[in-house]
Ligand binder design. Structure first.
Ligand code: PLP
Length: 469
């Protein structure tokens, strides 16, 4: 499988290289040159497979040429073996034909484990074969950091540095990162906000000379491997609800458009999907595009669903690429306009094309809490705020009651106690067994000033399993 850039000017790469790449050299994102397509018979024959077996069938075309089948199978069995639920991604019924796909049974209790548990193992496999080492420098406002650290903690060939804004992530989120020890794991609290952290990561990718010859790998969702891993659970859910004979709809709590883009790909690979709902919080750039064909940046608001607090959705470029007939020059033009502070609209027929599949809703904090309370009252299920936004959007935007509606349950409520408290459902939150002593564990973290040079000096002093590069 070959991968091409959404801006048309970077060299095509194979899977191995795309795994190790960040942005393409032309500033674009990598996508498969040709998407695999499965027949209905083929998809139907996968019903009842264990999760890792299904994952093998769905993802195999993306890695052929880079990873032999037997090795890939073994990696997938290990990856999904660490999830605490036997079904890995169980479905829970809320109402008649309404389901939550629980994607929070991984080590860090959010759906990001599905991709980052795999990414860590794939990186180590590929780097071992090439006799190389890499450094990860990532920024997190919460969920990505812990999932990346959990995913890479056993990697022999990866040193990982995660930057989080000092005193601005929840205690559960911080402890999920700082209580994992290893000579290759480094938590850095920056005296600044999330944007400051992200800027430092971007600047480090742009000039990697401080790494003295090793290279950086991206763990955010611009990394293709993360999107690839997320395609699987759309198939998994649909197969349990009568697919592919019957089509299924999905409502997806959305920030960077990574998770829902995976659903779009599942549909293009042959899975009958009736409707994809983009559920956002008050940071609603995607909702404004889907409802009014305006893609315009606005100021960032802090909400009760912090993992979706974004101004711009990086993966949206991957959808725009398809909407423009995969014309890289057109995307480079749009992105230039956008960068110069302008927003943009796309041509009417392209937007109409998107609207055949996508609907959207923006949900504010008050509605989020109302939904948590409402669902708890109706079903006894306690939702996290992100999932609640997905439920609200599903209920508002649903096109057909006959088609099963699956809401992606992106996190466990215990990660977001503020929202759950505000919803005042009167139920105490409990950490799952494997994290029950989280608040008693020792923490390890280095506080650094909001200064690129200081951060890069720290990385180069510790980037070789705690020793200088
Ligand atoms: C990351 C995250 C999201 C948003 O996912 P995207 O792929 O960025 O759209 C939603 N909910 C939770 C809990 C998350 O951690």
């Amino acid at each position: 499988m070959r991968y091409i850039s959404t801006r048309g000017q970077a060299p095509a790469l194979n899977f191995e290289d795309v795994l190790l790449a960040g942005l393409a050299t032309d500033g674009g994102l990598y996508v498969p040159e040709n998407l695999p397509r499965f027949t209905q018979e083929e998809i139907a024959s996968w019903a009842g497979l264990p999760y890792h077996e299904l994952a093998f069938r769905v993802m195999r075309p993306f890695v052929t040429g880079s990873i032999p089948d037997a090795d890939f199978k073994k990696i997938l069995e290990e990856t999904y073996g660490v999830f605490s639920h036997n079904a890995v991604a169980p479905l829970r019924q809320l109402n008649g034909n309404e389901w939550v796909l629980e994607l929070f049974h991984g080590p860090t209790l959010a759906f990001k484990d599905f991709a980052l548990q795999l990414l860590g193992r794939l990186l180590d496999y590929v780097l071992e074969k090439r006799g190389e080492r890499v450094v990860i420098v990532g920024a997190t406002s919460g969920d990505t950091g812990s999932a990346a650290i959990e995913g890479c903690k056993h990697c022999e060939n990866v040193d990982i540095f995660i930057l989080h804004p000092h005193n601005r992530v929840s205690e559960v989120q911080r402890r999920q990162m700082t209580t994992i020890f290893g000579e290759n794991i480094h938590n850095i609290a920056i005296d600044g906000n999330f944007d400051d952290c992200q800027e430092m990561v971007k600047a480090s990718f742009a000039d990697q000379s401080f790494l003295k010859g090793t290279r950086l790998v991206a763990v955010n969702s611009i990394n293709w491997a993360r999107i690839m891993a997320q395609i699987v659970y759309y198939f998994h859910a649909a197969l349990q609800l009568g697919g592919p004979a019957r089509s299924v709809s999905f409502s997806v709590p959305t920030g960077n458009f990574g998770d829902i883009f995976a659903g779009y790909l599942a549909r293009n690979m042959g899975l009958p999907v009736n409707q994809l709902i983009v559920a956002t919080n008050r940071n609603d750039i995607l909702h404004r595009f889907m409802s009014g064909n305006q893609y315009v940046k606005e100021t960032l608001h802090a909400t009760l669903s912090p993992s979706m607090d974004i101004m711009v959705s990086s993966n949206f470029e991957r959808l725009l690429f398809d909407l423009h007939g995969r014309n890289g020059a057109a995307i480079a033009g749009l992105m230039d306009t956008f960068k110069q502070g302008g927003g943009f609209s796309v041509e009417e027929e392209r937007w109409t094309e998107a609207r055949k599949l996508f609907d959207s809703l923006a949900v504010d904090d008050a509605q989020t809490c109302e939904t948590i309370a409402e669902v708890y009252e109706q079903t006894g299920e306690l939702l996290d705020p992100h999932t609640a936004i997905g439920v609200k959007a599903a209920r508002e935007c649903r096109r057909s009651l006959d088609i099963p509606m699956v809401i992606l349950g992106t996190a466990h409520p215990v990660k977001f106690p503020d929202a759950v408290e505000k919803a005042s459902v009167g139920k105490a939150l409990e950490l799952p067994a494997h994290l029950s002593d989280l608040f008693e564990r020792d923490e390890r973290c280095t506080v650094l000033p909001n200064d690129l040079k200081a951060v890069q000096a720290f990385v180069s002093q510790h980037g070789n399993r705690g020793k200088p590069l």
